[in-house]
Design a protein around this ligand. Sequence first.
Ligand code: PAF
Length: 285
Amino acid sequence: MTVPILRNLADLRALRSTWVQAGETVGLVPTMGALHAGHLSLVEAAKHDCDRVVVTIFVNPKQFNKPEDLENYPRTEKDDARKLAPYDVDAIFVPQADEIYPEGYATTVSVSGVTDVLEGAFRPGHFDGVATVVAKLFMMTGADRAYFGEKDYQQLMLVQRMARDLNMPIDVIGCDTVRETSGLAMSSRNLRLTPEALDRAAVLNRQMRAAAEAARIGTPWGNLRAEALTQLAAAGFGEVEYFDLRCATTLAPLETPDRPARLLAAAWMEGIRLIDNIAVATIET
Ligand code: PAF
């Protein structure tokens, strides 16, 4: 079935008001396109929970801190619409940049705390761009629930914080990271890796799982991190920006997983920046 592609807010609002009048709930899956199985799992979750589902596709310029990254971001609208067709979503909203940021636009949403470290430290301005566009998409769609992947763990934390802090009438739902059989987290950026680099990129998640397991049985984090960095370099990774054990709720650094913990990593493979995170089981005492 062909899904209606809406390009302006007035059309989206008109459609939404018919749903609201019918007492139907609306689920939102915000994306930047280049859809993969991870996005489609969010669509499935939204379809399961909500009467109506809107997928948004907008490559948000405000969240790119490097112009070349924005330029190179894959734009695959036709393919995305084809991938969404079997899911029978109710609308794909593809706004133009000036619909989101019209002339004179001057407002930024900024969430402190969880955004200060890791991605926030390496990508200045990124999270303000994310918070701003997500707040706008929440307002524009008037959705009851919104679905985000755990792959962007800090993004999920920030959106949940923002929705609570600003009393936004929306449930923010986190969904499991979807992985290739190799363990590599699905990402639109994977499209830019050669098949050979894709194989080597899987070492990141392998090292993360090994480190998480060894941390759980009490191996000092410093040793685990050093070993992981050696293995990542041997697999052809360039800079590893972080490979950190952190508190799952505050993101404070941990030496041992003595409370709910998360291992988060960002590393470069052949000019492509890859991120991943996994839960770390609490240390056995
Ligand atoms: O995760 C993404 O694809 C983007 O950060 C989001 C949430 C669609 C905002 O642009």
